[in-house]
Design a protein around this ligand. Structure first.
Ligand code: ADP
Ligand code: MG
Length: 335
């Protein structure tokens, strides 16, 4: 259909730890088209951040290691680029915003300088040109009295304002791809809605693609066109956003959907624990022969414990990793 911007093919990332090898990302493939928003959903510890850090070339090695795969950005394999070429792409063509702005903002550098810096590095602007443009971006992300706030330090701003600064920093070079890793998880619902609206506006304006990582299907419903559900390092379901809400196939996806925080409830946009599915994500160092979700699945039968399901086509563009696909009678009419 549309032009591919990012293509990940068979990516496996492991961490070599004293307690064993953690398979954080296990043969993951995904595509993001130009202008598309791909949502990557899953509970904590499923390998979402490791996937995004791999794209950015930020996996610390050791203990991390990319064991296999290719990450093609505009046809170029990022895993084969030298540091210099990677740096040229990172922050300019691909940028990233994180859940906690304080992990990426430098506490002892003014926010103006931090927003202006990528412009000096990547676009060769002079200091005053870069600061002018930085002010424009801070206004654009609706930071009040942006000109004055340039001199402020991160500790002087609220969480929502810091996230706006992060967005400005990520946008200044007009990237083709923005990776947002749980960008609103730490914020309360009202601020979350404002930040999401800001991100979708900028996405439209710049025509960029967005890889949006979250554990919240509510955020996905609002932002994404295509969805990948990740469990214990693997993609377990892939579909368009409409299809995933109408006909979720994987029992894990069904559980996640039932756990969407209710509007008006106490939830702060966080799903700490799945209300519908008992248990937690297995330790990724554990060697599991069959389906990694078997221990928590309400439909588990013999085959699920014996053999790992493959990611099979359910319908055009809809795939799921679940034996119920071949044995629908085991789904007790629920799937
Ligand atoms: N720096 C690291 N050192 C060791 N193990 C790590 C590191 N980062 C991630 N992992 C392993 O990868 C798993 C997945 O992590 P992550 O991608 O951060 O999960 P998510 O973003 O889905 O919550 C972790 O549970 C852990 O086992
Ligand atoms: Mg994460």
């Amino acid at each position: 259909m549309s032009e591919k911007l990012l293509e990940i093919d068979n990516l496996s990332v492991c961490f070599h730890l004293p307690e064993g090898v953690a398979r954080a990302v296990d043969r993951l493939s995904l595509n993001i088209a130009k202008g598309e928003t791909l949502g990557l959903v899953g509970e904590s510890g499923c390998g979402k951040s490791v996937t995004s850090m791999s794209i950015m070339g930020l996996i610390a090695s050791p203990p991390g290691r990319i064991e296999s795969g290719r990450i093609l950005f505009q046809g170029k394999n990022l895993l084969e680029l030298n540091r210099e070429n990677l740096r040229r792409i990172r922050g300019k063509e691909i940028s990233m915003i994180f859940q906690e702005p304080m992990t990426s903002l430098n506490p002892v550098i003014s926010i103006g300088r931090q927003v202006a810096e990528p412009l000096m590095i990547h676009k060769g602007l002079s200091k005053s040109e870069a600061f002018d443009e930085a002010t424009g971006w801070l206004e654009h992300v609706k930071i009040p009295a942006a000109g004055k706030q340039l001199k402020d330090y991160p500790y002087q701003l609220s969480g929502g304002m810091l996230q706006r600064v992060m967005i400005a920093m990520a946008m200044v070079c007009r990237p083709k791809l923005l990776i947002a890793d749980e960008p609103t998880t730490a914020l309360d619902v009202t601020i979350q809605a404002q930040i999401l609206a800001l991100m979708s506006g900028l996405k439209e304006e710049l025509g960029m693609s967005l890889l949006l990582i979250t554990h919240d299907f509510g955020v996905i419903a609002q932002m994404a066109t295509q969805v990948l559900v990740m469990y214990a390092g693997q993609i377990v379901e892939e579909a368009s956003v409409t299809r995933i809400f109408d006909r979720p196939f994987h029992p894990y996806t069904q559980g996640l959907l039932k756990s969407i925080p209710q509007a008006g409830g106490r939830a702060k946009g966080r799903v700490k624990r799945l209300r519908e599915i008992a248990g937690t994500v297995p330790a990724l160092t554990e060697v599991i022969v069959g389906c990694k979700f078997a221990d928590r699945c309400p439909y588990t039968f013999d085959l699920c414990r014996q053999q790992q399901p493959t990611l099979d086509r359910i319908q055009n563009g809809h795939r799921a990793r679940c034996w119920l696909h071949e044995h629908p009678e085991r789904g007790r009419g629920n799937v």
